[in-house]
Design a protein around this ligand. Structure first.
Ligand code: ZN
Length: 88
């Protein structure tokens, strides 16, 4: 009996060792956490709100939005820089 070949759950191209291929195994923990975040968002849970409220009180939502804005701005900058670096 031949063992069924399995594709990686993340990239879907490489053969999986168990769930992920060799390259994606390194990201397994990050992938798991991302999945948990996405599921919480789909359920409409703001599990992070408790932590933010502890620090910022009633300004928690405002502060988190500001944090996310800054984070995404930096993320896009990093991405742009990486793209330019590749082109050069
Ligand atoms: Zn993979």
């Amino acid at each position: 009996m031949k063992r069924k070949e399995r594709r990686c759950d993340n990239c879907r191209t490489a053969l999986a060792l168990r769930r992920y291929c060799r390259a994606c195994s390194l990201k397994a923990s990050a992938l798991y956490k991302r999945n948990e975040r996405q599921q919480a968002k789909a359920r409409g849970e703001s599990y992070w709100l408790d932590w933010w409220t502890k620090v910022y009180g009633t300004a928690a939502l405002l502060n988190r939005r500001e944090y996310q804005r800054r984070y995404m701005r930096a993320y896009r900058q990093r991405k742009r820089k990486r793209r330019e670096g590749m082109a050069a």
